[in-house]
Design a protein around this ligand. Structure first.
Ligand code: SAM
Length: 358
């Protein structure tokens, strides 16, 4: 049985390190039993930091001042994907702000080219897009789509994600559309956005399971001085406010594993930003099974600053590749091979423990 709502809330509020050891152990045991010791590597390509939205949390929002905008060419992106293939990564994640210049046809051609010239699986993460785009990109060969719902609280979501003018799509409706079209579906939330309560976060976790997500990205909210939420993050927190810290992020990762045993769960860059020393390794030992080495050339990635001091923002793809593989072997795990899709045969694996608290 997966954890009940009361159990989720109780673990989220737990502060005793000894009791938390039980949560880490259960998540790690279930991860090993269902998805194994392989760590899947996804090469992240941040193809454009242009964005038509003004999300109040994001450092590349349209209204952010002082951002040098860039958009990579198709040749540059395909070269990065080919490099990811040479490093042995089975997948690239093609991510951008919500950039209107990335038209249906442009992305369709890009997907074709990556498949033909690099031969890797493709996850797109290009924000809210219409049904027709998704149909075209699936037909072109895209395998997965990643769109975090950020929070399941509609009032909080409206506050952090102003609709503005122009195209808008309900994120839950889009996730259902992606599923119906045959994409592997990824989503997730930030931990500790100002206004997020323990109850909201428990709802988010239950939503992961209800959506039967194939990939779940969770990382701490990190305030950017270029955003309206910067000031909110500096003011004293309300009593029920979720802290945007490392410990809470590990709890969410571990609970996500217990709720969605088969899902691919990355130890995220935001987590590594809070703990550059060992955030990734600890995430991998508390439920995660994926890392996302950045293969974006440094001259571009330095401008994809969604929050300050982002981990690895000045590194080369070669350095990130070596570093990630060392981190994996340092904790006795193996680099996964192949595209690393969701392993549905894990359905025969053990269930989450019946009672998560003794
Ligand atoms: N435009 C696409 C979208 O909105 O899905 C993809 C790019 S967006 C920058 C990728 C993710 O970055 C978001 O889903 C959000 O969770 C995360 N992010 C943005 N600003 C952040 C911040 N200040 N702290 C932590 N994560 C952040």
């Amino acid at each position: 049985m997966p954890p009940t709502r009361d159990e989720i809330l109780s673990w989220l509020r737990e502060t005793d390190p000894q009791r938390l050891e039980q949560l880490w152990r259960r998540a790690d045991d279930l991860r090993r039993a269902v998805v194994g010791d392989d760590v899947q590597l996804r090469g992240l390509i941040e193809i454009s930091n242009h964005c038509r939205r003004s999300c109040t949390y994001c450092g590349i929002r349209q209204r952010a001042k002082g951002v040098t905008r860039y958009r990579m060419t198709q040749d540059q992106i395909v070269a990065c994907a080919a490099k990811a293939g040479r490093f042995g990564y089975g997948t690239v994640v093609v991510q951008a702000g919500e950039d209107p210049a990335l038209t249906t046809d442009w992305v369709r051609t890009l997907v074709h080219r990556i498949k033909a010239e690099a031969g890797v699986a493709i996850t797109l993460s290009l924000g809210e897009r219409p049904h027709e785009d998704l149909v075209a990109w699936k037909a072109a060969g895209a395998d997965r789509y990643l769109l975090r719902f950020e929070t399941s609280d509609p009032v909080l979501f409206a506050r952090i994600h102003p609709r503005g003018r122009g195209f808008h799509r309900d994120r839950f409706e889009m996730l259902a559309d992606l599923r119906a079209l045959g994409f592997e579906v990824g989503s997730g939330v930030m931990v500790g956005i100002p206004g997020q309560t323990w109850d909201t976060l428990a709802d988010d976790l239950q939503r992961f399971r209800d959506l039967d997500l194939d990939m779940i990205g969770v990382g701490p909210f990190i305030a950017s001085p270029r955003t309206p939420l910067w000031r909110a993050a500096q003011t004293p927190a309300a009593p029920e406010q979720v802290p945007a810290d490392e410990l809470t992020t590990y709890k969410v990762l571990a609970l996500a594993r217990l709720l969605c045993p088969q899902a691919n769960l990355p130890a995220t860059t935001a987590l590594a930003t809070l703990n550059t020393e060992s955030g990734r390794e600890t995430g991998l030992q508390r439920g995660a099974n994926v890392l996302m080495p950045n293969v974006t050339p440094p001259e571009f990635r330095i401008h994809y600053e969604i929050y300050p001091a982002k981990a690895c923002i000045t590194e080369t793809a070669e350095k990130c590749n070596g570093c990630m593989k060392l981190r994996i072997s340092s904790i006795g795990r193996k680099v996964g091979k192949g595209p690393g899709g969701r392993r549905r045969e894990g359905a025969t694996s053990p269930e989450a423990p019946k009672t998560l608290r003794d």
